[in-house]
Design a protein around this ligand. Structure first.
Ligand code: PPE
Length: 307
């Protein structure tokens, strides 16, 4: 993960301000209690200029995350969609990562979030390959984490909350300490949940499997896109609970995410998966995904929001 590359403007509570001015107070509620929800998506260079992949759905998920933690956002998904497109234009970025965040700000300390003001911001900046340059082609190594994904009744994975990413960070650090590129978290029941910042798929005998939402995962938009792309190509995709040996025994395993895109997993817990390289079905889906986000496949053009 590369160092942050600054851009010119950040959208904050309805206006574009200079990047350097987008600061928060030390006593902001979210800093102390994790009371924030956020999104992440990519703006790609396409045939018809730049376009944000599934922008409207990401903003809808942001509003849903906020509403699930009892936070009434003062903006609609449509307003935030428009603000993000204007911001990318103002920053004159051809491709970038888009990070909207809604948080409880300054003005009240104490566990109760309600007295703290709600702020909404959007930042955009250039962000390259998430899991390293080599990962997309050769795959990465992953390890099953000793940290579990939080239960559905404790900072639920379905809510993309800042608080939830404490857990992701613990799992990710442990994976790096063990020499792996990324962590795979099981849920409290021992079923495969997701990566620290990705959903996960297994391929066996030509069919695809991925954990169901009820196993406590984020409803990933890349996951959703890959399921549809795979089905449209004629593959069978089944959402069902997976145990760790389902991953060990798979012919191919891959991660999906806005940042990670479609990243093959070459080994898990030092056990080689399939051929130990990007598998053939992963390759087909990855190539199709990159065609789709580049605007080269007509049937998915409504997933792209032109800047
Ligand atoms: N699970 C988790 C825990 C997760 O963080 C992400 C995205 C996904 C699944 C995939 O969701 P989607 O992007 O809608 O396909 N992780 C974001 C944050 C990465 C970060 O390091 O920050 C992302 O990919 O943008």
């Amino acid at each position: 993960m590369a160092a942050l590359t600054e851009s010119k403007y950040i959208w904050r509570n309805g206006e574009q301000i200079a990047w350097a001015d987008a600061t928060v107070h030390i006593l902001s509620h979210a800093l102390h209690y994790g009371t924030a929800v956020f999104e992440g998506m990519r703006c790609y260079k396409t045939e018809n200029g730049s376009a944000v992949f599934r922008l409207n759905e990401h903003m809808t998920r942001l509003c849903r995350s906020a509403s699930m933690i009892g936070m009434d956002l003062p903006y609609t998904a449509e307003e935030l969609t428009k603000a993000a497109l204007e911001l990318i234009r103002a920053n004159e970025l051809e491709s970038c990562y888009v990070r909207p965040i809604a948080f409880r700000g300054y003005g009240a300390v104490g566990v109760n979030p309600r007295p703290a003001v709600i702020e909404v911001a959007i930042a955009v900046w250039p962000w390259g390959d998430y899991l390293g340059e080599e990962a997309l082609e050769n795959g990465i190594s992953a390890g099953i984490s000793s940290w579990r994904q939080r239960g559905v009744n404790a900072t639920p994975g379905a809510v993309k909350s800042s608080a939830g990413y404490l857990n992701s960070g613990l799992a990710h650090m442990e994976a790096l300490d063990h020499g792996y590129g990324e962590a795979i978290l099981l849920n409290e029941a021992g079923m495969v949940a997701e990566g620290s910042g990705e959903n996960i798929f297994a391929v066996r005998n030509g069919e695809l499997f991925t954990p169901p939402l009820s196993d406590g995962i984020l409803e990933g938009l890349t996951r959703n896109s890959v399921i549809q792309i795979a089905r449209d190509l004629g593959y069978t995709v089944t959402e069902r609970s997976l145990v760790r040996t389902d991953l060990y025994a798979a012919d191919e395993v891959f991660f999906t995410g806005s940042a990670a895109e479609v990243t093959p997993i070459a080994a898990i817990d030092n056990r080689t998966i399939g051929s130990g390289k990007r598998g053939p079905i992963t390759k087909v889906l990855q190539e199709r995904f990159f065609e789709v986000v580049a605007g080269r496949v007509d049937e998915y053009k409504d997933w792209l929001f032109e800047v």
